[in-house]
Every structure is written in C-alpha cells, then in structure tokens.
Design a protein around this ligand. Structure first.
Ligand code: SF4
Length: 665
C-alpha cells in the first residue's frame, strides 16, 4: 500500500484516539458542573447514582453523603416526573446545609417538563436522546428524507427550551445514549448499531451547538462491551469529522451486574477505552449499593494518573502502514472481527479461545485440579468437568505422575519436556531454546515471547512463518502492556502471520478487586478487538487459591468480551429511585437457581420505564411493573404481564422450561 493511500485510509478511516502506542489522554473542552471541572486536563472524575426513592428526601441525602464520603464526585438522582424534580431542591438544600457541595445531576427519561424544572435546581441534567422526545412504540417506520427532517424539527421544538434554560442557569448536560433505548426513528434508519447510538446523540448535539451551548458531556452506554467500545470510538471519530467540539466522555457499561461478573464486565468496557486515553468521567454500574461502586471506579482510573510518565517507548509501525504516525492500526476498530488465524491443534481458527492455568509453582495433584474445573470421580473411575474447566495446564518443570483428563492438556518447559519427549504434553520454548532446534512436538509447540522482541526482531516473524505448529505466548514488561502487546500483534497481522496467539499477563501484590479490574482491562481490551486465541494469567504474591481465582477470572474475561460464553449472563440494572423491588436480593435469588444455564442471558430490571429497553440483549427478562408485580419477558416480548413477586422466580423457571432451555443442575 502506498503511503499516501494509507494516510488517506487512516485519516478517513479509523482514528479514534490520540495514540495507540504512547499513553495520551484525548483532548477535550472543559465542562463546568457547579464548582467541578471535568474533561481537558482535569482528573478523570468518578460518579454514581442514588438508589433511594427521590421523594425520600432524608434517605436520598444520607445515601448521597455515603457516596460522597466514598469518593463520588457527582451524584446522579432520578427525576421521573415533576414532583421528583422539584424535590431535588430539598435534597440539594439538605446536602449544602450539611456542608456537601458535590454537584447533583438529574436523570431524565421521557419527561421534558421534569428536565426543565431540574435544570433550574441542580448543576447538571442527563437526558436520554432515545426517549426525551419520543415514546417507545417498537414500530419500524419507513422515513423519507422529508419525514425524517420533520421529525428532527419536532425534536428541536421539544428540546430547545431545555437548552435555553441550561444556558441561562449555567447548568451542564449529559447527552446519554443507551444502546437499549434507541428511538424508533433511529432504529428504523440505522438499526440497533453503534452508528445508530452515535447519530442519536448527534441529533441533539446539533441543536445545542446551534444555540452556542457547549457545556456538554456525552455517553454511549451498552451492556454489550463490544458495542459499547465501538460506539465510543465511532463517536470520537464523528465528532472530529463533523467538526463538533471535542466534548468530554462519560464512560459506563450498563447493567453490568454484581460481584466479580459486574467488575470484570465494567473493566473490559471502560478499561479498554481508558487505555487509549478516552474518558473523562466514569460510572461503574453494579447491582450493589452505590458507595461500593466508588473504589471500583477509582481503581480503574487511578491506573492512568501516572501512566504517561511510566510508559516504555513503543515504536510506531514501520513501513507498510504509516511511518511516524501514532495511529496506524491494521484492524477496523469499529467492527469486532476475530483476527484471522490458522487452526493449530485446538487453538485458533474457529476454536474458542482457550484458558491456560498456571501451575508452574503449585504441586499438581488430582485434588488440585478441582480448582480449575476438573474433578476425579473414584466411583465410576472417571473425570468430570464443569463449565469452567481449563483447557491447558502449564506445569513448568514438573512431570506428572497421573494421567490428565481428556479435556485438559499439559504444557511443560522445553528443557524438561525434551528429556522424555512425551507426546501427551506440549513443550514451551524460550527464544534461547530455538537456537538449536532439534526436537519439537509434531502437533503443537508454544514459545514464550516478549512483545518487544516481536516488534524489534523480524527474524522471529520469519520463524513463525516457517514453523506452522508454533504458537506464541506473548507478554510485555512495559507498564503500558496492553498497547505493546497489541502493537506486536499488529506486526504479525501486517506480516500476514496466521499463528494463533496466547495472551499472558502477570500480576502481583494486588487486592482481589484490583486484580479483577486490571486483568479485565488488559486482556479484555485485546479480546474486544478479536486479538487473542487463549489467555494465561499468572498470579504472584499474597493471593490464596490463586489457581481458582485466575481460572474463574480468565473465563469471566472471555465471557465479558463476548469471545467465549461459559456461564449464565445476568444483565441486572444498578437500581435507582424508580426500582420496584429489592434488586440485590432478587438478583441473588435468580442467580442461585439459574447459574448453571450456560449461555442464557437473563435481564433483571427494576422498572418497566427503562427496563425492557436496557435488557435488549437478554433471552429472558424479569421486570418490575408495580408493587409486588413482575412482568416476564421472552426476548423483547412480554409473556406474563403481571405475576406476583412471590411466585415470579418459579414462573421464570417454568418459562425457561417451556422453551426447552432448562437443564437440571
Ligand atoms: S431499569 Fe433500573 S436503573 Fe434503569 S430506570 Fe429502571 S429501575 Fe432505574
């Protein structure tokens, strides 16, 4: 490809971040929210939303204080109607009287009159462009250009008063698109796509800019991490192309769930974008009390405070794409596509990404394999495996004194393997071992390689081209490790090397929360872009049960980046003042009886107003419609309109059984 052609492709094509190599935060305009400044060079802010009924003034004040004390810099409160919007005044007053000046954000869906009132009271309003001026009818309407333009005029009329009030009162605004609640108009023209999400925000943004109102933050949330990442990237590209101002970004994965799953999914989506310098404020949506979201959000963003100074140099791509560019990516960052690879044994090609358990420093016994999902049953004298059964075990220099189960293969250091040349295990080479390559396995060999070596050594690429049964296990010692590994993989893509790749990340001396967040960011960012065929997590330091922790985490990362589904997926909303039942308790109850239904997605939503839209991706839905009343959904269709909460979980199980999707634990 000629340089000029390549430049054109990149200029027009896939730029979404200042650099894919050195860490640089995207430049944005600053946005003022009360006394808080966001975007530009200001720290990445963390925020959350109350879950108490907005009419419970004291409860809302006390919960806001708990959130603020935990580090929340912006407190969002739902205002479903004018009466709640009005009560924001009492909540704000109560907080100020107690000495808290944290800005408040009114969360608005469907009700412009509540927004117009709230914008006079609090520091920021959040509107959802999917439902600000539209009621959801789930209709696909064929718009002509003229009728579409007429619709935009209708939106302008409804939205303009709010823009004028925000301008007059100095109130900030978030245009917050949700994948699950796009308007019928957007769906009919752009479909349920990242492009539709972006256009949904731009329709409203044009109206703001026409009024010279720029105090705006934008979000593109989805529960599907691939869609979420692609939508934010596309937004940045479109803002630039269409010469909008560079607005700050609010990052979030909607309905991420709770516990480990919620943390892993949030980090895969949010962390992927933070790695490339995108994001000015973060909300982690967990189905837990909002103050518990704060340390998670802090851990995610704190990694980048010193990142710029810590990054080891990563050279830009050499010739074929662009010299001297910080952005020369050979993949399309707006459409997920798994890297094209050749199948080697059970890796790459159409095989699911594999999980490799690190037992190099742990004695391998029949008993110890339980931690990675393999169980020996003495009675029938058989091995059994659960849905989180690891695919490979890395034994380091150990020999095994028993036969592994069929579903689990051994990887052993070459120096040990070569002593027996056991065909039931596969050797792991170092670069040094390749100097005198006399013996190798006929089917599959691994080579441990630093990403830096791939970038700098053309001879290694040549080696991979000539040895089709070698699979690199790539690691990086750079603080900016994900981008360095990505850079190495780009080198392989450009050189048309089709070897499958195992991603290796090592962590030590972290809390469990940090481990979950950091590993999900580093590995998830590569899997979201289809750049990996297996994952090896190495844990050192104070972790106890590190084999089971890393195994569960590896499967969780593959699930959250949608590369390998191995468990039930829960799309549960974080709850807010609209919630009609105890979400945490109900989620736990549903999880307890359905957590063995691998591959099924269950939405658990606190209200009918936003619930059905937000769980667009789910196979089944459990949605609050009134006090003790639940609606059950199959996909987007209501199948039981009003079930008493006491029997709703049993009815949900029955529905899954009726569809033939149930199996016993
Ligand atoms: S779906 Fe949940 S978080 Fe969203 S508005 Fe309804 S109750 Fe609140």
């Amino acid at each position: 490809m000629k340089l000029e052609q390549a430049k054109l492709l990149i200029e027009k094509g896939n730029i979404y971040a200042p650099s894919l190599y050195s860490y640089q935060r995207r430049e944005t305009i600053p946005v003022q929210i009360g006394d808080l400044l966001l975007g530009s060079d200001f720290p990445i802010r963390v925020q959350s939303m109350t879950t108490i009924d907005t009419m419970d003034t004291l409860g809302s004040i006390e919960q806001s204080i708990r959130m603020i004390e935990a580090g929340c810099e912006l407190v969002r409160i739902t205002a479903p109607s004018v009466k709640e919007a009005q009560n924001l005044e009492n909540i704000r007053k109560g907080l100020r009287e107690r000495g808290y000046s944290t800005p408040l954000v009114a969360d608005i869906h469907f009700t412009p009159n509540a927004a117009e009132l709230a914008a006079r009271i609090v520091e920021k309003v959040r509107i959802n462009p999917g439902n600000y001026a539209d009621k959801k009818r789930f209709e696909v309407i064929d718009y002509t250009d003229a009728s579409y333009a007429a619709e935009l005029e209708r939106i302008r009329d409804k939205f303009l008063p709010l823009v004028k009030i925000c301008k007059e009162y100095g109130t900030a605004m978030r245009i917050g698109t949700n994948h699950g609640s796009l308007s019928d108009r957007i769906l009919s023209r752009y479909g349920d796509t990242p492009l539709g999400m972006v256009e949904s925000a731009l329709e409203f943004l044009r109206i703001c800019e026409d009024e010279n109102y720029f105090n705006i933050v934008i979000s593109m949330k989805a529960s599907n991490t691939q869609v979420m990442v692609e939508a934010y990237r596309l937004l940045v590209k479109r803002l630039k192309e269409d010469q909008f101002k560079p607005y700050p970004l609010h990052l979030g994965v909607t309905e991420a769930g709770e516990g480990e799953d919620g943390r892993v999914k949030s980090a895969v989506g949010i962390g992927t974008l933070l790695e490339d310098g995108l994001g000015d404020t973060v909300r982690v949506s967990l189905t837990e009390d909002p103050e518990f979201e704060m340390p998670v959000a802090r851990d995610l963003v704190n990694r980048y405070v010193e990142r710029r100074a810590q990054v080891g140099y990563i050279p830009p791509m050499k010739s074929d794409l662009l010299a001297n560019s910080n952005f020369d990516s050979p993949i399309n960052p707006f459409i997920h596509q798994r890297r094209n690879t050749r199948e080697v044994f059970n890796l790459g090609g159409s095989q699911l990404p594999r999980v490799i358990a690190d037992f190099s420093n742990t004695a391998i016994t029949i008993e110890s394999l339980k931690a990675i999902g393999h169980f020996y049953l003495p009675e029938p004298d058989k091995w059994a495996m659960n849905d989180l059964g690891a695919d490979f075990i890395y034994s380091g220099s150990q020999n095994l004194d028993f036969m592994l189960p069929n579903g689990l293969k051994q990887i052993q250091d070459f120096s040990k393997w070569v002593q027996t040349k056991n065909t039931h295990s596969f050797p792991l080479f170092t670069l040094n071992d390749l100097k005198d390559l006399t013996y190798m396995h006929t089917e599959l060999n691994f080579i441990s390689i630093d990403a830096e070596e791939i970038i700098n050594q053309e001879s290694f690429i040549q080696f991979l081209k000539e040895h089709s049964n070698f699979v690199p296990i790539i690691y990086s010692n750079n603080t900016h490790n994900m981008p360095e590994i990505r850079r190495a993989i780009f080198e392989l893509i450009v050189a048309k090397v089709e070897s499958p790749i195992i991603l290796q990340f090592a962590y030590k001396d972290l809390s469990l929360d940090q481990l979950q967040l950091f590993a999900s960011t580093d590995a998830g960012a590569l899997f979201v872009d289809g750049l990996g065929d297996g994952l090896l997590l190495k844990l050192e330091g104070q972790f106890s049960k590190k084999e089971s922790i890393s195994n569960s985490l590896a499967f969780g990362i593959l699930q959250a980046s949608r590369m390998r589904i191995s468990k039930t997926e829960y799309i549960s909303c974080p709850s807010c003042g609209r919630t009609l039942f105890d979400l945490q308790e109900t989620t736990a109850k549903i999880r307890k009886v359905t957590d063995h239904l691998k591959g099924i997605k269950i939405g658990i939503m606190g209200c009918i107003v936003n619930g059905p839209g937000e769980m667009a991706d789910a196979d089944y839905g459990y949605v609050g419609i009134g006090k003790d009343k639940i609606a059950l959904y199959r996909g987007q269709e209501v199948v039981k309109k009003s079930v008493h909460a006491d029997t709703a979980v049993e009815e949900l199980i029955q529905l899954i059984k009726d569809d033939g999707n149930w199996r016993e634990k």
